[in-house]
Design a protein around this ligand. Sequence first.
Ligand SMILES: [Zn+2]
Ligand SMILES: [Zn+2]
Length: 236
Amino acid sequence: MLNQLRPLRDFVTPPVCPLCGKELTPGKERLCPDCEQGLPLWPERRCKGCGGANDSYLDLCHNCQQIPGGRPWKIAVSGLPYYGSVREAIHRYKYREKVYFLPFLAGRMADEWLKMAPGVQVDAVTYIPLHWMRHLQRGYNQSEMLAKYLAHRLGVPCIRALRRTRKTSQQAALDQAARLANIRRAFAPVGGETLLGMRLLLVDDVFTTGATLGEATKTLLKAGVSEVSVITAARD
Ligand SMILES: [Zn+2]
Ligand SMILES: [Zn+2]
């Protein structure tokens, strides 16, 4: 328990705006007034398959309807649309150890999860792992840190359920077909029988095509997990 809570010391909100770094009135606001006003807004209708804008009259957007076999998860939710100040902030967070975005991003994820997936039960939160070499280079896994904070907010444990079986290329540089090939069989389950029958909420930082989340979800379901939902800090 102690071990699980220890990283929370990193989440103490600093008196600066997590998006632009401007100083805030202590204890008053989560974002500075400019950033609060400029925050990208969600369209009214959102797709349950990818968490993005829904351009159809069904629960799924046209893109999700065309995926052979459908999305493997129950529902996908994102904290914020990935553009403008949010895109910059996430990029800084991901590559420059600006961990003070954590409470803001994870807070948005928790809010959107409770709003968009009412009644969806989860037993634990888990995350997309980094390959150990990349973890060593970067020093931390951004998805794991988001997952820990989110689990705390939702009152469930955060567990490690996957490991990388090999090093993959950065998905951001690849097109859709190459992303799928790059990530195929890149994960293996960890935790053995403890995963059986669990309902998991799987965390990643940004949802683009869903290739990484799809492969990770299929690996978990094959390992005996009964249901997976996915959540990301932002939706590209
Ligand atoms: Zn600001
Ligand atoms: Zn969709």
